[in-house]
Write a protein that binds this ligand. Structure first.
Ligand SMILES: CC(C)(COP(=O)(O)OP(=O)(O)OC[C@H]1O[C@@H](n2cnc3c(N)ncnc32)[C@H](O)[C@@H]1OP(=O)(O)O)[C@@H](O)C(=O)NCCC(=O)NCCS
Length: 178
């Protein structure tokens, strides 16, 4: 079972097809998107893949975003489309993947890593070093260009990369969430 980092630009047709297949299985509500694309609104910068035979059995995508916090530009490794195929869940495959994500983020000079998830997954992401960012309003820009406050249907979690603390001040994602 091979766990590796791949740059988005290096993804060929076989990996692209395998990713779409696994994304459709793990995100059944989003089959319309994932049958055509391997990402949501942001093209990832790099991904972590665990492959077995010709399938991608576990995956994390990382999007490259610059957000503003307290007037400072913060380079964020944004976590997207985390999945483990159903038959491989419960085997701690994400431990190795998140360790690689954060090592690679450091090599690439990111300040922090940030993800958005359902409240029920808070403890799960705590395992990989992510902490909940509470009591902070987050401004985002929707696809029509309108700014607003990020709705609280998801929680925001962050992990240290070059920075050990999340800086104080107002947060603007400078675009949509990921
Ligand atoms: C989330 C996911 C990657 C976890 O797979 P995994 O790393 O093998 O982790 P496990 O299946 O061992 O689950 C770890 C814990 O999270 C819990 N969990 C996982 N998904 C959950 C969900 N949707 N709702 C509630 N709890 C969930 C499990 O019950 C388990 O809890 P426990 O440690 O108390 O037993 C996998 O369930 C998946 O691919 N889900 C579909 C895609 C998805 O929702 N991704 C996350 C987007 S933020």
């Amino acid at each position: 079972m091979n766990c590796r980092v791949i740059n988005e630009v290096e993804i060929g047709k076989a990996v692209d097809d395998a990713l779409k297949k696994s994304l459709c299985i793990c995100y059944p509500d989003d089959v319309k998107v994932f049958s055509r694309f391997t990402y949501w609104r942001n093209v990832p910068s790099y991904r972590i893949l665990i492959e077995l035979d010709s399938s991608i059995i576990a995956h994390i995508a990382v999007v490259d975003r610059t957000i503003t916090v307290g007037g400072r530009q913060i380079l964020v490794a944004g976590i997207q489309a985390v999945f483990v195929l159903p038959q491989y869940r419960g085997k701690d495959l994400c431990d190795k993947m998140f360790s690689l994500v954060l090592d690679e983020a450091l090599l690439r000079n990111y300040d922090l890593s940030v993800l958005f998830c359902k409240q029920v997954l808070e403890k799960y992401y705590n395992r990989f070093g992510y902490k909940t960012l509470s009591d902070r309003e987050i401004v985002f820009t929707d696809l029509s260009g309108n700014k607003g406050l990020l709705p609280d249907k998801n929680i925001t979690m962050w992990a240290p990369v070059r920075m050990n603390t999340f800086p104080p001040g107002d947060i603007d994602l400078n675009g949509c969430d990921w």
